[in-house]
Design a binder for this molecule. Structure first.
Ligand SMILES: Nc1ncnc2c1ncn2[C@@H]1O[C@H](COP(=O)(O)OP(=O)(O)OP(=O)(O)O)[C@@H](O)[C@H]1O
Ligand SMILES: [Mg+2]
Length: 305
């Protein structure tokens, strides 16, 4: 049985006429990495900050670790860790000073030297905040969100501004934290990040959740088509492919052909056909749908536009 750690029912938050969060409902279960993805302005930060108790919602039911994040906010903050999308610290604050300042906010503290070591910040203990690289600052904010040994960690835009290498390091870090039994709720607008990291993903657009499932199910249920791209001899007659039942359509794309089907059987059937008929093919690629494709299929537009 899944244990619910976050319950959101019919959450609304409007700013004047902007429906930042427009009636969303979902649950987050203990131990999972739950991701909320969506383009800029989709309402992710508004939603996460309402759940953290940092913003007041207009209406809806919110329960976090069985507490009301507004009326029990002070108590709740002992059990949760928060990394905000836009965080800053004074330029001349040293890493260890930030750690000891933030530790003083909580009743319970973990041993910070092990934490700094885990996050690769040990050597930077004496560095000023403004002398840290973007990735080191990010890791410091993750460290600060873990100081009270929280059961539930909120990370808003985990890896924005990081290079691909630092992003991957951060993913590993989050997996480690999750491996210790913690629940993680993160937002991101990188579909790849959500796909690689999250057990379940809610796709948000214009204040609404338009899909919620595991990345695999989202891809499987939304994208009907399997694609196969390959190069065939110039004199290859495309219409011979009509005899393969599992092909739904095919087209020529420059020197390649693209074959579509509703399931992966099409790939096997097509290759068998080509081999059996001694048709020389090369540069074979299968098109793997991604969460990016899911967003496109659901909304008709690219996430970055
Ligand atoms: N404090 C505020 N006052 C007025 N409007 C706001 C406020 N905060 C957010 N909004 C508006 O609400 C909508 C959702 O914003 P939000 O920051 O929640 O989106 P987001 O999904 O986190 O976007 P991003 O990916 O850019 O971080 C946007 O249209 C934004 O302009
Ligand atoms: Mg945001």
């Amino acid at each position: 049985m899944n244990e619910t750690v976050i319950q959101v029912e019919n959450l609304h938050k409007y700013y004047g006429r902007t429906k930042a969060v427009d009636d969303i409902s979902f649950e987050v279960y203990k131990g999972e990495i739950f991701g909320m993805v969506g383009p800029n302005g989709a309402g992710k930060t508004t939603a996460i900050e309402c759940i953290e108790g940092l913003r007041r919602s207009d209406s809806g039911i919110l329960k976090v670790l069985n507490l009301n994040p507004v009326s029990n906010g002070r108590n709740l903050r002992n059990y949760i860790g928060i990394q905000l999308q836009e965080s800053q610290l004074p330029a001349r604050l040293k890493v260890w000073e930030a750690i000891s300042l933030f530790s003083s906010f909580y009743k319970k503290n973990i041993e910070s030297s092990a934490l700094l070591k885990d996050l690769g910040l040990e050597e930077k203990k004496g560095s000023y905040f403004d002398k840290l690289s973007g990735g080191q600052k990010q890791r410091l904010f993750i460290a600060l969100s873990l100081l009270n040994d929280p059961d539930l960690i909120f990370l808003d835009e985990l890896t924005t501004g990081l290079d691909p290498q630092a992003r991957r390091v951060t993913w590993d870090l989050i997996k480690d934290i999750s491996g210790k039994g913690k629940t993680i709720f993160l937002t991101t607008h990188f579909m790849e990040e959500a796909e690689k990291l999250c057990n379940r993903v809610a796709i948000m657009d214009h204040g609404k959740i338009i899909a919620l499932d595991t990345p695999q199910n989202l891809i499987r249920n939304t994208i009907m088509e399997t694609r196969l791209m390959l190069s065939v001899p110039e004199n290859f007659e495309l219409n011979v492919l009509n005899t393969i039942k599992s092909i739904s359509k095919y087209e020529r794309s420059g020197e390649n052909i693209i074959v579509y089907g509703h399931d992966r059987k099409m790939i096997k059937d097509t290759i068998n056909f080509l081999v059996n008929n001694n048709i020389d093919f090369h540069d074979l690629k299968t098109g793997q749908a991604t969460l990016e494709d899911v967003f496109l299929a659901l909304t008709g537009r690219e996430i970055r536009n």
